[in-house]
Design a protein around this ligand. Structure first.
Ligand SMILES: *Cc1c(COP(=O)(O)O)cnc(C)c1O
Length: 466
C-alpha cells in the first residue's frame, strides 16, 4: 500500500484500529530539495492552509461587545471586569477571580500574595516561559529550578522535592504546552513541607487533571489570556483562587480603584488608595467584554481542536521515533492544545529535529516548530545578573552567605537536553479532515525519506523559541 492509500484507509478505518505497517520505504524527493511538496505551494492553497491556523477566532459578538464599551466610554470602569471575573471563576469552579493586564502581572501578584519576599526561594521548572518565575526576582526572592519529566515536559515531582530547602516558600507548576502537571504527588509534597502552590495555567485554560480544572488544585491559578494562547482575548491575565484572603491581597497589591468596594476596611484605611505593589493592573474593559464572549464559545472551539489533533495523531501514531504527548491520567485532557509538542527520537531518524521540521515545513508550507523553551536555568537573570548595577545581583543578595542560586538548582539533565527531543505539532483549529490528512502524509513522507536529510547542514537553523 502506498503512503497516500495508507492515510486514506487509516482514516477510513478509525484511528484506534491501527494498521501495522506504515511508512513505506521512500524514493520520493523531499520538497526541501526541490521535490514536489505534499501541500501545493500555490497562493490559493496556502491561503486556505493558513486559515486552518488563524487565531483567535473573532466573531461579531466580540466586536459588538468591545464597541459597546467604547460607545459607553467605559474602558476604565470596573463593572464589566467584575462580570468577566465572576463568569471566569464560575467556569473554573473557583470562588474568586481577578483580571490583570497580562499573565506576567497575574503571576507577579501571586508570588507576593503567598508571601514570597527577600531571601525566599521559589521552585520553578526550568522548561517554561520566563514570566512563570521572573516576578520572584522583583521582590527579592530566588528562583530555584527543578527538572521536568521527559515524557510530558511538566514538573518532575521527585526533582521538586529534591530542591526544597528551609527557605522554600512556593512552587510554580506550569501545565506546559497543554499537559497537566501530575498534581497529586506535587500537592502531597507541597503540603508536607508547607509550600504554597501556584499553577501557571497560561498553556491550558480550562484543562482538566483527574476531573478538576487546572488552576483550582493549588493555592492560586495565574494565567495569560494573550492573543496567541488558547483562551485568547488580547493582552490580559487572570488570577483565580478559593482563598478570600489571597484574593484580597491580590487586589491590595495592584488593583487601584477596587479598594473601597472589594476590600475590608482594615486593608486600606492606612494605605489609602495606594496599591502596595506600585502596579496598576486594571484591565481595559474592551478586553473584558471580549472575554465574556470568548467564554461562550471557547469550550466548543477546544472540542474541535481536540478532535482535529487526536485525528492527526491517530494517522501518525505508527511512525517510529515519534510519540504523542497526552495525559495518561483519567478524566484529564490537553485543553486547547496550546503549542503542543510531540516526542522526537533523533537516534531513530538519524537527523536532528531542526532538520526534520525544516523538511516538514517545506512539504506543507508551515506549522511545525522545533524544540520548546530555552532552559531558564541557563540565564544569568536567575544566577548572577547585576540588574541594578550595584554589585548585588537580586537573586543572591538575600541568600545566606555562600549559598548561590546555581548551586541550589544544580544539574538538570532532562531540561538541558529536552529541546533536541521534541517538536511542535501543527496547531489545527478546525476539524478539516483533508488538510489534516495531508499534514499526516507529510510526516510519513519525510519519515520514509529521512535518509535524504542525512548530512544536511542544520547549523544555521535555530529552535523556534531560542
Ligand atoms: C505567555 C506566558 C506567560 C505570560 O503571560 P503574558 O500574558 O504574555 O504576560 C506566563 N507563563 C507562561 C507559561 C506563558 O506561556
Amino acid at each position: 500500500m502506498d503512503r497516500r492509500q495508507f492515510i486514506k484507509s487509516a482514516a477510513a478505518v478509525s484511528a484506534a484500529a491501527g494498521a501495522g505497517c506504515i511508512t513505506a520505504g521512500g524514493t520520493e524527493k523531499l520538497a526541501l530539495f526541490g521535490g514536489k511538496s505534499v501541500i501545493s505551494q500555490d497562493a490559493a492553497t496556502q491561503a486556505k492552509r493558513a486559515e486552518m491556523f488563524a487565531w483567535p477566532i473573532v466573531n461579531d459578538a466580540m466586536r459588538k461587545a468591545s464597541d459597546d464599551v467604547l460607545k459607553n466610554r467605559a474602558m476604565s470602569k470596573t463593572d464589566i471586569a467584575k462580570e468577566f471575573e465572576a463568569k471566569f471563576a464560575e467556569w473554573n469552579g473557583a470562588k474568586y477571580a481577578l483580571c490583570t493586564l497580562n499573565g506576567t502581572t497575574a503571576l507577579n501578584t501571586a508570588f507576593w500574595v503567598v508571601g514570597v519576599g527577600p531571601g525566599d526561594e521559589v521552585i520553578c521548572p526550568s522548561i517554561t516561559m520566563w514570566a512563570s518565575c521572573s516576578g520572584v526576582v522583583n521582590i527579592g526572592g530566588t528562583v530555584v529550578f527543578c527538572d521536568v519529566k521527559p515524557d510530558d515536559l511538566t514538573v518532575d515531582p521527585v526533582s521538586f522535592e529534591k530542591h526544597i530547602t528551609p527557605r522554600t516558600k512556593a512552587i510554580v507548576v506550569v501545565h506546559y504546552m497543554g499537559s497537566p502537571c501530575d498534581m497529586d504527588p506535587i500537592m502531597k509534597i507541597a503540603r508536607k513541607h508547607n509550600i504554597k502552590v501556584i499553577e501557571d495555567v497560561s498553556h491550558a485554560q480550562g484543562g482538566l487533571y483527574k476531573g478538576r480544572k487546572l488552576g483550582t488544585i493549588g493555592d492560586i491559578g495565574a494565567m495569560s489570556l494573550m492573543s496567541s494562547k488558547s483562551f485568547a482575548i488580547g493582552e490580559a491575565g487572570m488570577f483565580i483562587t478559593d482563598n478570600e484572603h489571597y484574593w484580597h491581597r491580590a487586589i491590595q497589591w495592584s488593583s487601584y480603584a477596587r479598594f473601597k468596594t472589594s476590600l475590608p476596611r482594615k486593608m486600606w484605611e492606612r494605605t489609602w488608595n495606594i496599591p502596595l505593589g506600585g502596579i496598576k493592573n486594571r484591565l481595559n474593559q474592551c478586553t473584558c467584554a471580549v472575554g465574556i464572549e470568548q467564554l461562550k464559545k471557547y469550550d466548543a472551539e477546544r472540542a474541535e481542536i481536540e478532535e482535529a489533533m487526536l485525528y492527526y495523531h491517530s494517522l501518525i501514531k505508527d511512525v517510529k521515533g515519534l510519540k504523542i504527548i497526552y495525559p495518561k491520567y483519567e478524566k484529564s485532557n490537553k485543553a486547547g492544545w496550546y503549542a503542543s509538542r510531540c516526542k522526537y527520537d533523533p537516534e531513530v531518524f538519524g537527523v536532528d529535529n531542526k532538520t526534520f521540521v525544516a523538511a516538514l515545513n517545506a512539504e506543507t508550507g508551515g506549522g511545525y516548530t522545533s524544540g520548546c523553551n530555552f532552559p531558564m536555568h541557563w540565564s544569568s537573570v536567575y544566577n548572577d545578573e547585576d540588574i541594578f548595577g550595584n554589585g548585588l545581583p537580586p537573586v543572591s543578595r538575600y541568600l545566606p552567605k555562600g549559598v548561590t542560586p546555581k548551586a541550589l538548582t544544580g544539574t538538570l539533565p532532562v531540561a538541558d537536553k529536552i529541546n533536541d527531543y521534541v517538536f511542535g505539532d501543527p496547531w489545527f483549529k478546525h476539524f478539516d479532515k483533508p488538510m489534516i490528512e495531508q499534514y499526516a502524509e507529510a510526516v510519513h513522507k519525510v519519515a520514509a525519506n529521512v535518509a535524504q536529510l542525512k548530512g544536511y547542514d542544520s547549523s544555521k537553523l535555530q529552535h523556534t523559541y531560542w
